[in-house]
Design a protein around this ligand. Structure first.
Ligand SMILES: *[C@@H]1O[C@H](CO)[C@@H](O)[C@H](O)[C@H]1NC(C)=O
Ligand SMILES: *[C@@H]1O[C@H](CO)[C@@H](O)[C@H](O)[C@H]1NC(C)=O
Ligand SMILES: *[C@@H]1O[C@H](CO)[C@@H](O)[C@H](O)[C@H]1NC(C)=O
Ligand SMILES: *[C@@H]1O[C@H](CO)[C@@H](O)[C@H](O)[C@H]1NC(C)=O
Ligand SMILES: *[C@@H]1O[C@H](CO)[C@@H](O)[C@H](O)[C@H]1NC(C)=O
Ligand SMILES: *[C@@H]1O[C@H](CO)[C@@H](O)[C@H](O)[C@H]1NC(C)=O
Length: 451
């Protein structure tokens, strides 16, 4: 009943005439009744949501039935609806606070009939090759799931709350195209609340959204994406959308990429990530000298190991952040998984699953396993004395497991036509937007709010 005042029932108009007391009494009774009805229905929702068997034992067919009912209905949650979600979730958040440490990285995907908070039609920044529904993906059941950490509830993203807590702040996404994928998902979530203006379009004018910046005027919130796929200094020439580089990559493992370090002082928050690009053929340098290479047959150079390359890069990033006298809240986003079966992107690999997997059903590929181990090792070190003092500002946004369980979230063949691609190769690196990647921001908001 304490939450009473947070309900937007605006009883003020009742006071304007005679019999104030009588009317007030009636009003209180009516509102009380309304609240009682509202509360009992929301609390039963909460119980259901708490109950992980919701819709799980009622089969996937039930989920698609509710999906079908929603098809052709573009109505998405409005601000008011989001507010009422917040009211429902208050007890859950208390629960989270009570549980000292809930590991958000382990859990399962549970059916969520409420579906995505936006559509491709409501959002104008979705890269074509991630715009699955626009590209004709026929099934939409993959949109009706949410991540449920094993030991707690994770509230769904609340754009109003996010923007309110980001007043006058600057948030940057630094990394490769998966970082951009996440940025676009967050942008779409926020754009249901406030339309953003693109900043410095001339300076940031590029088709691929590599470096862009937006401003949300009524919150004075700035959102940037910065292309830095290795996080360290890299010299390479044009790389097409399929990641095919026409010239060899040179990586300087002891120099952080100025693309992001030069702007770091202006960030209040940063989501930084890398990994995938270390799989490419590259020559590695330290102190300006070649120290080895990765995958360079015919070049009489020692194999340095992509894991060693990635390890150096993470260390460099952590050293930079912890030695800077600027305090930004940094989320290091762990690696996401790819899910090809029967081949790879260039050998007819497919991914046509239409619902999530369960824990233990899938395992990471050899390379996909190597990189998470490098990350784990780096962040175990982070807890050591070496980085004391900056622990509060540096956190791991661990989406590895939740992304592993979503082979159904990728565009697969519902990607763009691209002039550089000879065939229509399936895409499994990115998630569809909307898609499971929206849940990454559920974690982000939770970590911003509750540490
Ligand atoms: C909700 O979940 C908590 C722990 O996750 C459990 O202790 C509690 O009994 C559950 N409540 C209901 C109504 O299922
Ligand atoms: C808007 O936010 C920026 C930081 O991102 C700050 O420097 C600036 O003073 C803010 N402007 C206003 C009008 O508050
Ligand atoms: C490869 O490099 C090693 C040492 O740098 C040298 O001894 C060897 O002759 C080289 N082999 C070829 C084929 O160039
Ligand atoms: C950064 O945060 C630490 C710990 O909260 C604090 O001691 C330090 O003064 C802060 N530095 C700046 C530049 O704000
Ligand atoms: C995918 O791309 C590769 C390299 O561009 C090409 O050889 C292959 O035929 C393509 N198609 C499929 C279905 O893998
Ligand atoms: C991320 O979470 C998974 C599942 O809990 C864990 O196996 C992995 O080591 C974590 N990675 C990091 C960098 O903490």
């Amino acid at each position: 009943m304490v939450k009473y005042s947070s309900l937007d029932l605006k009883p003020g108009f009742i006071f304007k005439q005679y019999h104030v007391l009588v009317k007030l009494t009636v009003a209180i009774l009516v509102i009380g009744l309304a609240f009682h009805l509202f509360y009992s229905s929301t609390s039963s929702t909460t119980n259901n949501e708490n109950d992980t068997t919701l819709g799980v034992d009622s089969t996937v067919t039930d989920v698609t039935a509710s999906v079908r009912a929603k098809d052709g209905d573009d109505e998405l949650p409005t601000t008011t609806a989001i507010d009422s979600v917040e009211i429902q979730e208050t007890p859950i958040q208390k629960q989270i606070l009570q549980k000292e440490k809930c590991d958000l990285s382990v859990g399962e995907w549970i059916p969520d009939p409420s579906g995505p908070m936006y559509t491709y039609e409501s959002c104008n920044v979705i890269s074509y090759h991630q715009n699955c529904m626009k590209n004709g993906r026929p099934d939409s059941g993959f949109l009706y799931w949410r991540w449920k950490p094993r030991d707690c509830e994770l509230p769904r993203f609340n754009a109003v709350k996010f923007l309110d807590s980001m007043r006058n702040k600057h948030w940057a996404f630094v990394g490769d195209s998966i970082s951009r994928n996440h940025l676009q998902s967050l942008y779409c979530l926020l754009s249901k609340v406030e339309a953003a203006n693109e900043v410095d379009h001339d300076n940031y004018n590029d088709e691929g959204y590599r470096d862009r910046r937006w401003h949300f005027p009524s919150h004075n919130f700035t959102l940037s994406v910065i292309w830095s796929p290795f996080l360290v200094k890299a010299v390479y020439s044009f790389v097409d959308m399929n990641g095919v580089s026409t010239e060899e990559i040179q990586l300087y493992l002891d120099e952080p990429d100025k693309k992001w370090t030069d702007q770091y002082m202006s960030f209040d928050y940063m989501v930084i990530s890398a990994g995938k690009w270390f799989m490419r053929s590259a020559t590695y340098y330290e102190n300006g000298e070649i120290v080895g290479c990765h995958y360079c047959p015919g070049k009489n150079l020692t194999e340095y190991g992509l894991d060693n390359g990635y390890r150096k890069a993470i260390k460099l990033v952590l050293d930079f952040i912890t030695s800077s006298n600027h305090n930004a809240s940094v989320f290091y986003r762990s690696i996401s998984s790819e899910h090809f079966v029967n081949g790879n992107w260039d050998s007819g690999g497919t991914c046509d699953q239409t619902s999530p997997s369960r824990e233990g059903e899938l395992s990471l590929g050899v390379i996909d396993e190597m990189l998470p181990n490098v990350e784990l090792e780096a962040f175990v070190n982070l807890k050591s004395a070496e980085y004391s003092g900056k622990r509060e500002t540096l956190k791991v946004l661990n989406i590895t497991e939740l992304s592993l369980l979503r082979p159904d979230g990728h565009p697969g063949p519902y990607r763009s036509y691209h002039p550089f691609a000879k065939d229509n190769n399936a895409t499994v690196q990115y998630d569809c937007i909307p898609g499971p990647i929206d849940s990454w921001s559920d974690l982000v908001l939770e970590m911003v709010m509750n540490g």
